[in-house]
Design a protein. Structure first.
Lengths: 405, 222
């Protein structure tokens, strides 16, 4: 069954009072304007997930919204992945041909796109080069979802020549940005409280999903959801769990997967599984990207959610758990520090011991768990829901349209 | 008196803040000081005033970003405390506020042998605020109407009429107090409202106290 996509009105029950009416008022400033988003794909990845939520809402409030994709058949995905890896500081040195392929790809696709609008947003690296063929009218904005703070110099130098031709750039965090001669705005990504990953689930549904996944609910559950890669530190989480286990009988559930083309991830996954074989309270679940309801249920079943990353993008899994009124213990990395208010909604930690210490403290004090969890949900309600993202996009459009006028 | 009807209604305006990065960052307190001397006043404003918009439901432990950074990221609680006590209401304008912050940090550093810097924390990122005013479409003419609307509107309305009115627009007193005085002829209520300082409390508490002041006048029926 395909669920009906939520309308703005549907959000009224979960967003801060007055928000929906306020967004309608805000939208009056840009009603009838046209926005074009250009991303790599409509099917895969975080950008597609964001645009699936935002584009219909923009339409609903009177902004004509188009969504163009560069790579409908997925052929450019490996090229994009290598470029993104280099821009995020990956070690693989990119050969010159990659840059030539980038140019050839952009030029070949540009002619087929309708890029006339009051604001054109190109998302991430591959569509950035479209600025070369921009029409004179309209404001062009580069929306970077990546952390380009420590890129491979050659990759950034190459991309930068296009980025500086935009009116503005948007990053998810100041820490992710580079020095640029154009205005740079910060817009946090956001979660959809009515989507499968975050919508309310009945206790019975949570129970039945946990049962199906083989996770008993007889003990407090510590949960981490995240790819099996070194930066998410699943082995550190297991170490922390063992320190906690000395004082509190609990379970650890690790939800993740390793890409088959990532040998390090596959190796790490094997290490995690090996650790789990010796411990009946340690559950390793390899769930695919489509298991949104399952992740939702596990987050609701958890007592504490961990995101003990040593390096992270924005890490919206933190906001997802906080929305379910869970205290989150997060690594001091990426967007985790922007989401967790230390000691108020959860804790950021810098070590395995720190994660264990805070987990022990929370398990020993259910009232503290409840208090932090409630504050966490309110914090997300104010700052990390898709309606706030919609408001930011409307404000960006209004600002740029006004400036161009 | 509470039944008085204003000749000019009060139009409630809200706002939306777009956050702009300046590309400047400080890793120690000396760098913070140097950037502070150069950044636009809109950045001073962002880090001392519009913090209310970003911490609507959940006021942080310190009332401005400079104090939060010093205390939490640098772990220099002494500077955090000194910066935390700065009340923009005590200063005539943003340039005076900048001078106060700069001289306070300068004085603090002159008493230290080494410059405190972030080790495990995050650098300070300088930002500035672009605030878009948004009419809510709601206008009121009586104190009762004013009170009822104030208790339910988006908290950005409270921000715009109380914080922004004084902090950036440089008005002598905030918009609510001015209207209550000039349009409803309630100078005592206006004076009490004007004394309301948002800086220790956050927007929701200011709203609660303003509504309570109105309720007291309405209950007295004078």
């Amino acid at each position: 069954m395909t669920a009906r996509r939520p309308t703005l009105e549907d959000y009224r029950a979960v967003v801060p009072a007055g928000t929906v009416d306020f967004l309608r008022r805000l939208s009056e400033r840009v009603r009838g304007r046209r926005v074009v988003n250009v991303s790599l794909s409509r099917e895969v990845g975080g950008v597609a997930e964001i645009l699936h939520g935002l584009v219909p809402l923009l339409e609903e409030v009177g902004v004509e919204s188009a969504w163009e994709t560069l790579d409908g058949d997925g052929r450019a995905a490996p090229l994009a992945a290598r470029l993104h890896h280099a821009l995020q500081g990956g070690e693989e040195r990119l050969p010159e041909e990659i840059f030539e392929q980038f140019l050839a790809f952009t030029r070949a696709r540009a002619a087929a796109l309708e890029l006339t609008a009051d604001m054109v947003l190109t998302h991430d690296a591959l569509p950035a080069g479209l600025v070369e063929v921009r029409p004179q009218e309209g404001a062009w904005v580069w929306r970077c979802h990546l952390d380009v703070s420590h890129p491979q110099r050659r990759a950034w130098t190459f991309l930068r020549q296009y980025v500086v031709k935009y009116e503005a750039a948007v990053f998810s965090l100041p820490a992710f940005a580079q020095r640029l001669p154009i205005p740079q705005f910060m817009i946090y990504p956001a979660i959809d409280p009515l989507g499968d990953k975050n919508r309310e689930l009945s206790g019975r549904t949570v129970d039945s999903i946990c049962e199906r996944l083989g996770v008993p609910r007889d003990k407090p559950i510590l949960l981490q959801v995240g790819r099996f890669d070194r930066f998410k530190d699943p082995l550190g989480v297991i170490e922390a769990y063992r320190l906690v286990k000395r004082q509190h009988d609990c379970r650890l559930v690790l939800v993740g997967s390793a890409e088959s083309d990532d040998p390090e991830g596959v190796e790490l996954s094997a290490e995690v599984r090996e650790a789990a074989e010796r411990d009946r309270d340690l559950h390793v679940l390899e769930l695919g990207a489509s298991a949104r309801v399952e992740v939702n249920a596990l987050q609701r079943a958890a007592t504490i959610v961990l995101q003990k990353s040593t390096r992270e993008g924005f890490g919206l899994g933190v906001a997802e758990a906080m929305w379910k009124s869970k205290p989150v213990i997060g690594g001091f990395a990426g967007g985790i520090t922007a989401q967790i208010v230390y000691g108020v909604t959860g804790y950021t930690v810098n070590s395995v011991e720190g994660a264990a210490f805070r987990a022990r403290q929370l398990l020993a004090d259910p009232q503290l768990c409840t208090r932090l969890g409630q504050a966490a949900r309110e914090h997300v309600r104010q700052n990390f829901l898709v309606t706030r993202h919609l408001g930011d996009m409307l404000a960006l459009l209004a600002t740029l349209v006004q400036r161009n006028a | 008196m509470s039944e008085r009807v204003a000749r000019t209604p009060f139009p409630f305006l809200g706002c939306w803040e777009l956050q702009e990065m300046l590309g400047r960052r400080a890793y120690d307190e000396r760098e913070l000081l140097e950037h502070l001397e150069e950044v636009p006043l809109d950045s001073i404003y962002f880090h001392t005033h519009s913090v209310f918009l970003r911490e609507r439901g959940l006021p942080g432990p310190y009332p401005n970003d400079f104090a939060s950074w010093a205390a939490i990221q640098v772990r220099d609680r002494v500077l955090g405390e000194k910066l935390g006590i700065i009340d923009p209401h005590d200063l005539s304008d943003l340039e005076s506020l900048r001078t106060e912050v700069v001289s306070l940090i300068d004085d603090h550093l002159s008493q230290l042998g080494a410059v405190p810097r972030v080790i495990f924390g995050e650098p300070f990122y300088f930002m500035q605020s672009r605030v878009l005013e948004i009419p809510t479409g709601v206008k009121v003419r009586t104190l009762k109407e004013f009170r009822d609307v104030l208790s339910t509107v988006d908290s950005s309305v409270v921000y715009l009429h109380v914080v922004e009115a004084r902090g950036r627009k440089g008005r002598r007193r905030h918009d609510f107090a001015t209207w209550v005085d000039e349009q409803l002829g309630l100078p005592e209520l206006a004076a009490a409202m004007a004394r309301m300082n948002p800086f220790p409390f956050g927007l929701e508490e200011v709203r609660r106290r303003l509504v309570a002041l109105c309720d007291a006048v309405l209950a007295a029926g004078t």
